[in-house]
Design a protein around this ligand. Sequence first.
Ligand SMILES: [Zn+2]
Length: 202
Amino acid sequence: MGARDDGVVKYRADHTTAPLPRINGLAQLDTVRTRLWDLGWLGVYPDGIGYGNVSLRHERDTFVISGSGTGAKRFLEHTDYALVESFDPEANQVVSSGQSVPSSESMTHGAIYRADTTVRCVLHIHHRGWFDRLLSKGWPRTPAEVPYGTPEMSESVAELVRFRSRRPFLFVSAGHEEGLFAFGSTLESTLDLMFATLKGNP
Ligand SMILES: [Zn+2]
């Protein structure tokens, strides 16, 4: 499995299969996800490994995130989302519920929500060309030497979020091949930033 792999859960997962509570904004989140899917920025690689994921803050530091193994679907049902109820980057543990297991990228999303309480959504996509282009332009990034899916990754994400005050914000996860993250206080502004940044050809 390569470093771009979103399909393998690297943390200890404590998941309970149970219906999701009512989540405000979940339908809008899925509409945004479908736009990303249509662009090929989220989906499934030819080898069957999914990539990209989206999340929305629920209450306090809890959030809903697209489920693991859902990359092939253009539309998701609420049963394809998971609620991350708590997470501990140092123990590398995620506690969740839902009919789906949360994306393997949950810890990174959680680190962003915890570092900035104004953040309402996180969009994670993969793009080979923009990943390379933004890195060559010196774009904000988490360090390439920090392996994806580790407590160190969560810490470097939290540092970046705290250090960079502009919102919405887009960064490159240099240690996670092809990975870009955007986050902000609304879905619209976060998606707008992504489109404005990834405009034209890389
Ligand atoms: Zn990824």
